[in-house]
Design a protein around this ligand. Sequence first.
Ligand code: HEM
Length: 540
Amino acid sequence: MSSESLLRDYAQREINAFLWISLISITVLLLQKVIKLFRLWNQARKIPGPPCSSLCGHSRLISSQNLTEVLAQSHEKYGSVVKLWLGPTKLLVSIKEPVIIKEMLSKAHDKLPLTGRAFRLAFGQSSLFASSFDQVQKRRESLATELNGRLLERGNVIHARVVDCVMERICKITDKGSIECKMVSQHMAFTMLGATIFGDAFLAWSKANVYEELLMMIAKDACFWASYSVTPFWKRGFWRYQHLCTKLKCLTQDIIQQCRKNCKLFCPVDRNSHNETPNKGMEAAIGGPSCSDILLTQEPHGQLHAREEPCGNIMGVMFHGYLTTAGLVGNILATLATHREIQDKIYSEIIRARQGLEKDNTMPLLLATIYESARLMPAGPLLQRCSLDHDLTLKNGVTIPAGTVLVVPVQLVQTDDCTWGSDASEFNPYRFLSKTGKQSDQACSVSSTGGAEEYVDPKHSSCVLNDPNDNAAFLAFGSGSRACLGQKFVTQGVATLFASLLERYEIRLQPGPEANPKPTMNNYVFELPSPKMVFVKRDT
Ligand code: HEM
């Protein structure tokens, strides 16, 4: 046999071996997928839910009706844990029982890939808002320390200059008559967040308006472009969207530079003495160090992760914080304007606090109003998680198979009569208050089910705020390992801003057809349609 035919024979054997190996690997892979699918079907059989007659599952039902409506009907019929099929391989499980929700949210650490993709596409690779918990854990810890530690320790979370800046703008606008509620709420949220992240440099930054507009424009399209499983490079609209994101990134770099310049100007570091601690007096004067550096660097080494976009975290926090805070502030403004009696009581509470008559200067009714607004109109209709790698066995015996999309219909849970009482869908901030003193075990207004029983005027009886998170059905800021990091900071900050606003102005709705607004969804955030408001200057 010639060496040529020997070689040919050898090559043929090699090719055959390669083909056999490929065939076996593909068959094993397919078999694994089929077994996984059968396991999913088998486990899903044990979870109650509406019958499914087509291969598309319940997707048609969901697209023709609002998902929250479909879930409300399914929970009513099938109990607190229900399944829906989004396709032959995609299972969605919704949970409505607060105790099981808490358990699920603390056990399932990952979020849906769509959330991570939306943030990545807009702001680049980042270590916050990614779907995998492992990717965000470290950064969550450092941001939590900054937001809930140093910022809250400073007492007044929002520096007086931020309040003045917001008030100045409101004064200017109100001089012209009525103003759209949305405009005030967006401005309040944006200024508060910007000054917290970038420090006082933000208040004098000339490009702040453009930054705010860009955030709004990106918010409109973020989920649409993230819904493509393959990035749609061929679409012109996508490049326009990317252009907006690049502009936002340039502006973020600009404000970071301004922020650092400001810091050098006011907090000179004494290099000669190798003393790296900034001048404490000056630091306090400019509102302390900003948290942009915490978001820019990876602690403890002060290094960015190799693939991390330097401004990604900052843009992500500005984006999420701005949209959610603006929604909350808008809802509080509209609620106070329609509940004038509550507004009057909060006003007397503020005056008492200013005179030092309120214990610890806390304003429980104001804080309770913030929580009640967040309860009635949460930032989004669903909390979502997924357990990609392993099954999740809950205490009630239900096993949720790996790969399932887990959702919590927040609005249903937060307005459920069984947990919140018969007035669950009404505005009643007293449900978050309890009496102090001798009757400390007696709630101001909350019955054992959480509903209102007895109204107590904070003018005559001092109330304390209950921790809303003690109630497993309060999920406005999520819960568990991926819960919102901004909860404490945002409630304290919004309270400070509202205390200054209500001290100087009375908030009224401009009389007209919008006098009784109903909530709608906007940019995936629940909010009341923006009514026109009038800020009436108080005599004092
Ligand atoms: C009214 C204002 C806000 C509301 C209603 C809100 C609500 C939420 C909700 C519902 C989640 C998801 C929680 C879960 O899935 O369990 C979340 C996540 C988060 N929030 Fe907020 N948020 C607000 C403001 C802020 C602010 C001001 C910051 C930071 C300065 C912030 C930082 C975060 C972060 C970092 C996460 C993501 C956690 C993760 O994915 O690991 N939030 N927020």
